[in-house]
Write a protein that binds this ligand. Structure first.
Ligand SMILES: Cc1cc2nc3c(=O)[nH]c(=O)nc-3n(C[C@H](O)[C@H](O)[C@H](O)COP(=O)(O)O)c2cc1C
Length: 471
């Protein structure tokens, strides 16, 4: 039996956060808020709501400066957060009164409260008034986390941050509780029939092989915009590679906030136009900011540090991912074969604490064959390491698609290698064709045997050529 309760806005638990902004005199003020919600993934945005019918200095300051920061107080900072939510900046220098200090934010004109261990910098992108409150949506342009709250993977840990939750019903602050279950995983127990990338088929595929899939996530970067950019980069590598290199260098050296590209350096006008398009698309994908100067004759490109992986060579990886997905999907559709592709798969050979974990960039199952891809490492791959991983799959048809970096003699700074991208699609198609659409003659040959036979054939041809040269 359910009962009706008093109407209120804060029904579910929400974190008590602190919004801070500079007023028109450059003075920092802050207020505590419970009206807070994440509101967009791309671009990353969050929305706060501040009462416009009551005294709120922070609201005025945010609207004036167009920027704010959000900080997450920990359980040990409840009293400070509470005071900042009781007193007004109109009469009090609240931040100083609680003994806190501020530093100007890195990316926006707003104060960062130094004592808060997780702070998000936002620029205002939208405001709307609903009833008593002005909803302010801020695009997240920087996140600063104190090292003390980071875990071994460099991710912030709620257990370390210990944020406070506001319970309006009882007017109190609560701490975050224990882990209840794994998100985006535990629900799969109810999923009867699954398609594509999901946990259920992953279990179905690997458990019979004695392997435990412990993780499989689709990389959030794999969006159409990034694929398209990577494809463009691959298509005119001689034009785009030096550009990417300069941008990546600027981030690495911290030498400059922006890198300038002048029209006069690109004599063919189609090159300059293509470059302009490319930068605009990179801006749309939030990899760089573009400033047009000298009536469009100079482009000042500001690479965004948190997207350095893309500039450093991650685009090559994206391109490979695109080709793998495209080739496998079109091949299996045409040949009417069932296929699954899993990205970033971690498999374990047992459930105990000391079992070995094996990480793969991608595993595809097409028909009865498994294809294992290492997208990043290419020619620098240690064969013995792979041999061991290969042996994991020894009871199943497994082909490891090895790509070597022969085609382009350029090594980016990160241990990312470029692959013979132009040939990759063909190479993969040939493998699929050979393994899955075998002719009657070599029906008896297993995939492992046929690849060994292929190696043998290559060796024989090479030996024959050598003999010819010698004679
Ligand atoms: C736990 C808590 C949650 C609050 N949530 C909000 C909120 O979501 N929106 C709002 O306008 N005020 C909220 N307040 C009230 C403001 O923080 C408070 O009025 C503050 O004094 C405003 O300061 P300012 O005038 O310096 O901006 C909250 C206060 C507390 C203690």
């Amino acid at each position: 039996m359910k009962k009706s309760l008093k109407l209120r806005a804060v029904v579910s638990p929400t974190p008590a956060i602190i919004a801070a902004a500079y007023d028109e005199n450059g003075k920092a003020d802050a207020c505590t808020l419970a009206f807070y919600t994440p509101s967009s993934h791309t671009p990353p945005c969050l929305t706060i709501a501040i009462n416009a019918t009551a005294k709120r200095k922070t609201l005025k300051s945010i609207l004036h400066s167009g920027a704010f920061t959000i900080g997450y107080p920990g359980v040990g900072q409840a009293a400070e957060a509470d005071y900042i939510g009781i007193a007004s900046g109109c009469e009090h220098d609240k931040i100083a009164e609680v003994g806190w200090t501020v530093t100007r934010a890195e990316k926006v004109d707003a104060p960062v409260i130094n004592e808060l261990k997780l702070v998000v910098e936002c620029k205002v992108v939208n405001t709307v008034t609903i009833g008593s409150h002005v909803q302010i949506t801020g695009e997240v342009v920087n996140i600063q986390a104190d090292e003390s709250i980071l875990d071994e993977h460099g991710k912030y840990s709620l257990e370390k941050l210990k944020p406070i939750i506001y319970d309006e019903e009882h007017r109190r602050y609560l701490a975050v509780g224990e882990k209840a279950a794994d998100a985006f995983k535990c629900g799969f127990v109810f999923k009867k029939k699954t398609h594509g990338r999901s946990w259920k088929p992953l279990y179905e595929l690997f458990e019979p092989l004695g392997l435990l899939p412990i993780d499989a996530k689709c990389n959030g970067e794999k969006r159409d915009a990034l694929y398209a950019l990577s494809k463009t980069a691959i298509g005119r590598i001689e034009l785009y590679l030096p550009v990417m290199k300069r941008l990546a260098e600027a981030i690495k050296e911290k030498s400059a906030d922006s890198v300038e590209f002048a029209k006069s350096d690109y004599r063919e006008s189609d090159c300059w136009n293509q470059l302009r398009n490319f930068f605009e698309n990179m801006q749309k994908a939030h990899i760089v900011s573009v400033y047009v100067k000298d009536n469009g004759d100079t482009l000042s490109i500001c690479p965004l540090a948190d997207r350095r992986q893309f500039l450093d060579g991650g685009w090559a990886e994206n391109g490979m991912v695109y080709l793998i997905e495209k080739t496998i999907n079109s091949f299996s559709k045409e040949k009417r074969l069932a296929s699954f592709i899993f990205w970033n798969v971690t498999l374990s050979n047992g459930a105990s604490w000391n079992s070995i974990k094996y990480e793969f960039d991608a595993i595809a199952k097409v028909g009865k064959m498994f294809y294992v891809f290492e997208v990043k490492t290419g020619s620098i791959l240690a064969i013995d390491k792979w041999f061991e991983r290969w042996s994991l799959f020894k009871n199943a048809g497994v082909r490891y698609i090895q790509c070597t970096a022969k085609e382009i003699d350029y090594k980016p700074y990160l241990p990312l290698q470029l692959f013979p991208i132009a040939h990759f699609e063909r190479l993969l198609e040939e493998c699929l064709e050979k393994d899955l659409i075998k002719s009657k003659d070599d029906k008896e040959t297993s995939p492992a045997e046929s690849s060994a036979a292929e190696h043998g054939r290559v060796a024989l041809v090479a030996a024959a050529k050598r003999r010819k040269v010698e004679s």
